[in-house]
Design a protein around this ligand. Structure first.
Ligand code: CDP
Ligand code: MG
Length: 136
């Protein structure tokens, strides 16, 4: 799988970090093949985060991701592009994210960690299908 889904989350859009975040992916050598500013509704948010249903943070996560617009994007690169993006993102909890990563440089708390990236080839395929069915 050489494509992966990225969501520049509401906190990032609110803070004016869209260019910074997508720019980091572009400077790495990845190519944007789709991007859309979009206010997610709870149904699509729940579908996207289906694996987290039942976790104690689930409802807060849905409220967060739907609170204001996000940029949903598909990026393309070599095999394992999803893994390249995950490396650039850094650990889920910004406290653990290395300096030099998006979360390590720009975020302070897990609930507002700026970016989503698919975590496997199967997840990339599934998530691209949710947001960009025409690319599936
Ligand atoms: O985003 P990532 O794939 O790194 O992490 P995840 O484990 O798939 O969790 C999805 C998102 O849920 C995280 O990015 C956080 O925004 C949120 N989350 C949270 O708020 N509290 C947790 N204990 C775990 C996840
Ligand atoms: Mg995840």
């Amino acid at each position: 799988m050489n494509r992966t889904l990225v969501i520049v989350k509401p906190d990032a859009v609110e803070r004016g970090l869209v260019g910074e975040i997508l720019g980091r992916l572009e400077r790495k050598g990845l190519r944007l093949v789709a991007a859309q500013l979009r206010h997610l509704d709870p149904d699509i948010a729940r579908r996207h985060y289906a694996e987290h249903v039942g976790r104690e943070y689930f409802e807060a996560l849905v409220a967060f991701i739907t609170r204001s617009p996000v940029v949903v994007a598909v990026v393309e690169g070599p095999d394992d592009t999803w893994r390249l993006v995950r490396q650039l993102m850094g650990a889920t909890n910004p406290v653990d994210a290395s300096p030099g990563t998006i979360r390590g440089d720009l975020a302070v708390v897990m609930a507002e960690n700026l970016i989503h990236g698919s975590d496997s080839p199967d997840a990339a395929r599934r998530e691209i299908g949710i947001f960009f069915p025409e690319l599936a």
